[in-house]
Write a protein that binds this ligand. Structure first.
Ligand code: 2M8
Length: 458
């Protein structure tokens, strides 16, 4: 394979992408395929922007949280009213009825009524840490940002631990695969198979015009189910209780749940910084304990991974994907479980697979029947997932492994470009080029040359 970029060109290339996709106070997830603001993309983008401009990074999150629902929910998409026609489906017209919900924020701009994994508090804390390495002015403005965003983050996490966890299990329920961020992962195959689609009007697949081949995106059969689930959510007027009672797809998502635990740890640090009331500390600390306990219950010793749970079928979803490393992301593992997870990570099920172009984790294990190396979340490697694992390995004191992962992930980007995802066997860029969150995590990796410093900032 030919060299795409010289490694020393990576920082300015990454910066150029973020500037190109910058829409003022927010960033498009990708130039053409994703012309709107996505929730967890914005969080990753903010932590990358923090290395360029901490105020602009803060604004990324503030723009997103300006569209928070009254329940505390942060919508998975805030629609760009100026997006080119026929560029993304389902767009704002399709979700406009969500604005009629009494819980919805003022529209336009319209929002979807789904959510995505809660990376935001982690990003907010990293903005603070980046500001601390700069000037007194930046520190003051980052502190004001933390003060402003803290109650919004608290309400977001509270939403996830109430509306999305009425059982008190510590695990986040999703009611649409889009809510997981890993849309067509085989994690959802069994639960989706039980969804019966009826009277769905024809719809366009604008996404396919922006990728090299339709095989890189979810199939039409997947999309039928996605849109049918959206239809049912709209018929329930986006009311969480109604959805919980009647919706055919209801799953406990271990990846979102683990991210929530890590985000609650970040929130606890923010609570200290902004001198939040003592009661908040107690609540957040209890959420962390509850989250870890919930994940313990999803542990599958035979696979050495954690499994999602289908609430409708009342059974775990037996699929080997990167989401199975959820306990590593949640952190504070006992050494025995950490050892088991690292063994799984190194085994042929993931990094040790002989066919891999680089030892980077495929989104789905090549040994899993649902694996497909070119289809979206069914096998390709994703830089943001690499970032999450890298960050989690540092937190677990696995600094050498973390450093290997970081260097390999950067090598992949230097050779392959700032892709949305990559074929794990050939290293070919798939999906969108110039994906914002890929550029953002690259900037974060590049500014993390000295690990002790990174560790101190966690
Ligand atoms: C992908 O999801 C959207 C729907 O939300 C899509 O395929 O149209 C996912 O990779 C998701 O995790 C990501 O946030 C979004 C934008 O990058 O694209």
């Amino acid at each position: 394979m030919e060299d795409t970029y010289k490694p020393e060109a990576l920082p300015w290339r990454a910066e150029k992408i973020l500037r190109k996709n910058d829409m003022g106070g927010w960033t498009k997830a990708a130039p053409n395929l994703y012309p709107h603001q996505w929730s967890w993309d914005s969080a990753f983008i903010a932590l990358g922007l923090a290395h360029l401009d901490t105020r602009r990074a803060a604004r990324e999150l503030q723009t997103l949280f300006a569209h928070q629902w009254k329940t505390g929910k942060v919508p998975h998409i805030v629609f760009n009213s100026d997006a080119p026609p026929h560029s993304y489906f389902p767009g704002s017209e399709h979700w406009a009825c969500a604005a009629a919900s009494p819980d919805a924020p003022p529209a336009p701009p319209y929002t979807s009524c789904l959510s995505q994994p809660p990376v935001h508090a982690i990003a907010a804390l990293r903005i603070w840490e980046a500001a601390k390495r700069r000037s007194e002015e930046e520190i003051a403005s980052a502190w004001a940002f933390l003060k402003d965003i803290y109650p919004k983050l608290l309400s977001w996490h509270r939403y996830l631990l109430t509306y999305r966890d009425p059982e008190g299990s510590g695990l986040v329920t999703i009611y649409h695969p889009w809510g997981s961020g890993t849309d067509n992962s085989p994690r959802w195959d069994a639960a989706l198979a039980a969804v019966e689609v009826s009277d769905l009007p024809p719809y366009p697949r604008y996404d396919l015009q922006h990728v090299g081949s339709p095989s890189q995106r979810p199939t039409d059969a997947d999309y039928d189910r996605y849109l049918w689930l959206v239809e049912l959510i709209k018929r329930a007027w986006c009311d969480e209780t109604t959805i919980y009672e009647s919706h055919p797809f209801l799953v406990k998502d271990v990846l979102s749940s683990a991210i929530l635990v890590a985000a609650n740890e970040a929130l606890l640090k923010i609570a200290e910084l902004v001198e939040a009331q003592e009661e908040d500390h107690t609540i957040i600390a209890a959420w962390i304990v509850r989250g870890r306990r919930g994940l313990e219950g999803c542990w599958e010793p035979e696979l050495g991974l954690c499994l999602d749970y289908d609430l409708r079928a009342d059974r775990p979803l037996q699929v080997r994907t990167v989401a199975g490393f959820a306990p590593l992301i949640a952190g504070s593992l006992d050494p025995r479980q950490l050892g088991v997870l690292l063994k799984t990570l190194d085994s042929p099920t993931f990094l040790g697979h002989r066919g891999l172009r680089w030892p980077l984790p495929p989104s789905t294990s090549p040994e899993d029947p649902g694996f497909n190396p070119r289809s979206y979340w069914r096998g390709p490697t994703w830089p943001v997932v690499n970032w999450l694992l890298w960050w989690s390995l540092i937190r677990a004191d696995e600094t050498e492994r973390a450093e290997r992962l970081r260097r390999t992930a950067l090598e992949q980007l230097a050779k392959g470009g700032f892709g949305e995802y990559f074929d794990p066997f050939t290293g070919q860029l798939l999906g969108s080029a110039d994906q914002s969150w890929t550029a953002a995590v690259a900037l974060d990796w590049l500014s993390s040359e000295s690990l002790p410093e990174v560790k101190a900032a966690l």
